[in-house]
Design a protein around this ligand. Structure first.
Ligand code: TTP
Length: 674
């Protein structure tokens, strides 16, 4: 069946850039003596020499694979160099790799719209740059062509025996009679080769790239000739590329949908899809999915490159395979605390560096039950509104876990099966933060407002001024190791590898973790933590300002944040009555929860409400300059305005009773540490 002509996307120039054996390259840059040697990066783990997570191309030639343990790799390649992943909190610490990935992004982002797809993958929309080149200096006008350009693989390029490879490529790139789409691709080839050289020069990392008219094809092409090469998909080569491509290799078809296509429709390759009409596919999979399948069979994808240099979510996870599976609540809590701490650090860093806040916390786990008749039952993922502060995240994560566990165990959790109580084992845990949004621009001035009210800045042990305000300069000055961005947890891209558990010591790739999750409410807690800073998202800043913090206390405490400001305002300690309330009420009805959900208490009087505002926030909320409010996120504005209109407070309180109050200022900036 002939391909339908794509209508809009075929004149675009999209590149997918993928670093080669990325963690290995990062380690080799750190230890240059490893360059050129068979090398692998090993996951922290004592069992059989640990699991390999990245393998150099020299080691691959000796038969070493990522699926091997360290001991197996040594047996296959005795001279292999095994490098351990850095460890923090008893788990892999990927900061080094994240930061290295950000260096690459900062270079690529200068060329056009850039989307960071994972820790080591980037999409670029080079259409504008290619059009400019075509107008100003088209390929055929170039006297010299770089070797990197001439090494490009052009799919479908037919060469006669004896033809010089590089000459064929040059001829194809310089064809005067080519149509506009191919001419733009030719410009893309030159641009990408230049970018890859620049990445190598500035970071010492090699990468591979795919160049095509859309993201889907560019991604498919980038992995076809690795390492350090680029592959081009002219429109005329699309059909051949897809015809033999196994259906499960397509992005988003690696899972259930791909399996259904295989078993229900007998589709093994993308090309096999061409025999089905759009209507037929829609009958099977619904209107949208049916149309999407019909399109991808023809290489059509309208998915745009998002201008996004930062991850969509943050997460931290760990696997507990085999005998290391967790079997007690206290063990689970211990690990959730570690993971939450790491997550909290990244959230704080994102807030300080990028002025972004996340609003959903999600817990994922993988588990099995003893004497399980239903061994495929999935451990449910649970989400709740995210509250900033490590103790809160820890507490909420544990509550989410317990809610999920109750659901997972069902009635058997409490009833003995025969003589024995049914037990569970946890083989993977992860916490993630998603729904990340920018704090509206201009918000910094509310920070200045708070700053202007603050006391004299304190000086930390290493001499960094803690000026109690979240500004880039403040955070730059004292950052431990400014890296880039964040971790994203989970693979957004289907790299062909099965990630059974997102971000459990697997590559750090972005993904929207919060889908198909149950939402449960989380009790609030009293404790407040100062966000810490480990990362920033500007590599250039690393070079400029990457100072080390030697004082461990300072390291833990992190950078000054808005929370400090609120701490400084704590003029009034809790009254005895309040302290009693704290110890007797359940967390969900505790005082801080009362602040954020004060509307939920019909017994609260206006006077006591005002008194509590002063106690919790340490200053009179009525004195806030209203114009400053306009700079806050809308939901926070709404909440504060309720308090700024005393006459309406009681009414508003009762009115908002049922709104769930998931986005309150107390969630973003928890008030005081009791
Ligand atoms: P990949 O891009 O999948 O692989 P790679 O860069 O090592 O090698 P290639 O040249 O074939 O692209 O993953 C990027 C990094 O993510 C990888 O270097 C290590 C890490 N990773 C894991 O930690 N666990 C995994 O299961 C995978 C697939 C990757």
């Amino acid at each position: 069946m002939p391909l339908a002509r794509p209508e809009t996307s075929d004149a675009r120039v999209i590149a997918h850039v993928d670093m080669d054996c990325f963690y290995v390259q990062v380690e080799q840059r750190k230890q240059p003596e490893l360059r050129g040697l068979p090398t692998a990066v090993v996951q922290y783990n004592e069992w059989q020499g640990g699991g390999l997570i990245a393998v150099s191309y020299e080691a691959r030639k000796c038969g070493v694979k990522r699926s091997m343990r360290g001991d197996e790799a040594k047996a296959a390649c005795p001279e292999i160099q095994l490098v351990q992943v850095p460890v923090a909190r008893g788990k892999a610490d990927l900061n080094l790799y994240r930061s290295a990935g950000s260096e690459v992004v900062s270079i690529l982002a200068q060329s056009g719209k850039c989307e960071r797809a994972s820790i080591d993958e980037v999409y670029l929309d080079l259409t504008d740059a290619a059009e400019s080149m075509l107008a100003d200096a088209p390929p055929e006008s170039l006297e010299l062509m770089d070797e990197e350009v001439l090494k490009s693989h052009i799919l479908g390029l037919s060469r006669k025996d004896g033809d010089d490879f590089e000459e064929s490529v040059r001829d194809w790139i310089c064809r005067k009679d080519a149509d506009r789409r191919d001419k733009l691709l030719s410009c893309g080839i030159i641009l990408v080769a230049e970018l890859r050289k620049q990445v190598l020069k500035e970071t010492e990392f090699t990468c591979s790239a795919g160049i095509a008219h859309n993201k889907m094809l560019a991604k498919l092409a980038s992995g076809m000739n690795k390492p350090a090469q680029q592959t081009v998909v002219p429109y005329a080569a699309v059909q051949e590329l897809l015809s033999s491509l196994p259906i499960k290799k397509m992005k988003q078809l690696g899972g259930k949908l791909g399996t259904s296509l295989q078993t229900d429709l007998g589709v093994d390759t993308v090309g096999d899809l061409l025999q089905f009409s759009e209507t037929k596919l829609q009958e099977h999979y619904g209107i949208n999915t049916g149309t999407w399948l019909w399109n991808i069979a023809r290489g059509i994808s309208g998915e745009e490159v998002q201008g996004r240099l930062l991850p969509k979510s943050h997460g931290s996870g760990k696997t507990f395979p085999g005998p290391r599976a967790l079997k007690s609540l206290s063990n689970v809590q211990h690990w959730l605390n570690q993971l939450s701490e790491e997550l909290s650090e990244r959230l704080s860093s994102d807030l300080e560096q990028n002025k972004r806040i996340a609003s959903t916390l999600t817990l994922h786990a993988s588990a099995f039950r003893s004497r399980d008749s239903d061994s495929h039952k999935k451990f449910p993922s649970k989400s709740c509104p995210l509250r900033y502060g490590v103790t809160k995240i820890q507490e909420d994560a544990f509550n989410l876990f317990q809610a999920a566990l109750r659901e997972y165990m069902g009635p058997f959790g409490s009833k003995p099966q025969g003589n024995k109580q049914e037990t569970w084992r946890i083989t993977g845990l992860s916490v993630s933060a998603s729904k990340i949004v920018d704090i509206p621009s201009g918000t910094s001035s509310i920070m200045r407002y708070f700053q202007s009210q603050s006391t004299v800045p304190s000086r930390s042990a290493d001499g960094c001024v803690q000026d109690h305000v979240v500004t880039p300069s403040a955070s730059e000055g004292c950052s431990e190791q400014i890296s880039t961005e964040t971790q994203a947890v989970i693979p957004e891209e289907d790299t062909g590898v099965t990630y059974t558990f997102p971000n459990f010591e697997t590559p750090d790739k972005d993904v929207d973790l919060v889908s198909e999750k149950d939402v449960v409410s989380c009790p609030s807690s009293e404790a407040t933590d100062v966000p810490t800073q480990l990362e920033s998202n500007r590599t250039s800043q690393t070079k400029r300002t990457g100072r080390k913090i030697n004082n461990p206390k300072e390291k833990n405490r992190g950078m000054p944040s808005i929370v400090d400001i609120f701490k400084n305002y704590n003029a009034s300690p809790p009254t005895k009555q309040e302290t009693q309330e704290d110890s007797t009420v359940s967390p969900s009805t505790s005082k801080r929860a009362n602040f954020s959900n004060s509307s939920h208490s019909s017994e609260v009087t206006q006077e006591s409400e005002e008194r509590r505002q002063q106690i919790d926030w340490g200053y009179k909320i009525d004195e806030i300059d209203q114009s400053v409010l306009n700079e806050l996120p809308v939901e926070i504005q709404r909440e504060l305005r309720r308090f700024l209109h005393p006459n309406k407070r009681l009414n508003t309180n009762s009115k908002s009773k049922g709104d769930g109050s998931t986005s309150s200022i107390a969630h973003y900036f928890p008030p005081l540490n009791r």
